[in-house]
Design a protein. Structure first.
Length: 345
């Protein structure tokens, strides 16, 4: 088994990352800012308190949702509130600051802007590329005294509609040092998340990974989970999912390959701030063996991201892996600490 992530997986991910934005529809939406200025454009999305808004003069900009007094849009939109309620309709001024009037096919409702956590234009074919959201980063560290070189590559691309989200993630950390075998900690995963009422969701996923320190030459897995966004506001998002998967593992040592059924318990937390633009992401996943739940493995990752310039960010990350019953000659735990420069789109 090669110690380098399969080239075609890297190529697919990077291809998605660098896809250009496509042309948009006529810009007839109107946003009124807190300073009284009215800006004509097109609502692209609202998420985590940031409204992506396309204009003719400034291109696509991000506006702090708290800085908007009113918004009107003739587009067909999905508007989601903090309690998970979704409306499908158009937006109009409500007659008082920081409120909007949602007009659907059957009703009108006035809500405070702060209760709206997500706005998604109802999909049309020509907007496919505009719905892509993601980032990629790269970092390299070399120590002269020990001659150890570590490189890190990460990419995260998602496509979201009003009904579902499709995402792919790639992580690769490779350490090279004299007189020692190259060690790699790598993974690539895909998931399809279907949104359900009251903030529930179902998640289908598949992944490939390796970890030389833990004696994992290759592990392929696929499964399904049921989860819920327990908290979702314009600054915080917390979700919990529980499911099961099948995994096929090849080991680097003498241990025979194994096919096993595992449970999956995953906690995800995301906090974002717009001024300055920073985000904190934390994911922790436990995989208990279904035949014997006292045997398990766990993965945890945390990253702090700070935007230095527009779309260019500094990322500080920590990853930790643990396996309760490691293969022969392997360690029980492994960790990484990375500093990377990246680009988001």
């Amino acid at each position: 088994m090669s110690r380098i992530l399969p080239g075609y997986l890297v190529a697919i991910t990077l291809f998605l990352v660098v896809l250009p934005a496509s042309a948009s529809a006529a810009k007839t939406d109107i946003v009124v800012l807190i300073n009284g200025n009215a800006v004509t454009g097109e609502v692209k999305s609202l998420e985590f308190g940031s409204l992506r808004y396309s204009t003719d003069s400034m291109g696509t900009v991000s506006i702090d949702w708290e800085d908007i007094i009113s918004v009107s849009s003739q587009q067909d939109l999905q508007i989601e509130l903090t309690d998970g309620t979704r409306y499908f309709g158009k937006l109009f001024p409500a007659g008082e600051p920081h409120h909007v009037r949602i007009v659907t096919a059957s009703e009108e409702i006035v809500v405070e802007s702060s209760r709206i956590v997500r706005i998604t234009p109802i999909e049309t074919g020509e907007r496919f590329l505009e719905r892509l959201d993601g980032s990629f980063s790269f970092g390299i560290q070399t120590q002269k005294s020990s001659q150890v070189t570590t490189s890190n590559l990460a990419a995260d691309v998602s496509y979201r509609t009003r009904k579902y989200l499709f995402g792919t993630r790639l992580n690769s950390s490779v350490t090279d040092q004299p007189s020692e075998p190259t060690k790699a900690r790598q993974s690539v995963g895909f998931n399809y998340q279907r949104f359900r009422p009251n903030r529930w969701f179902t998640d289908w996923f598949t992944s490939w990974e390796k970890n030389d320190e833990l004696g994992i030459a290759a592990r392929a897995s696929a499964g399904v989970a049921l989860g819920r966004y327990n908290t979702q506001t314009n600054k915080n998002q917390l979700s919990l999912a529980v499911g099961a998967q099948g995994a096929r593992t090849n080991y680097t040592g003498e241990d025979e390959s194994a096919t096993e059924g595992e449970g999956k318990i995953e906690l995800r937390y995301l906090r974002r701030r717009l001024t300055p633009e920073t985000s904190l992401r934390f994911t922790s996943t436990i995989y208990p063996l279904l035949e014997d739940v006292t045997q398990y493995r766990a993965e945890s990752d945390m990253s702090l991201r700070w935007e230095m310039f527009e779309d260019l960010f500094l990322d500080l990350g920590v990853g930790f892996s643990y396996i309760s019953d490691p293969p022969t000659g392997a360690e029980k735990s492994d960790y990484t600490a990375t500093t990377s420069i990246g680009y988001s789109f």
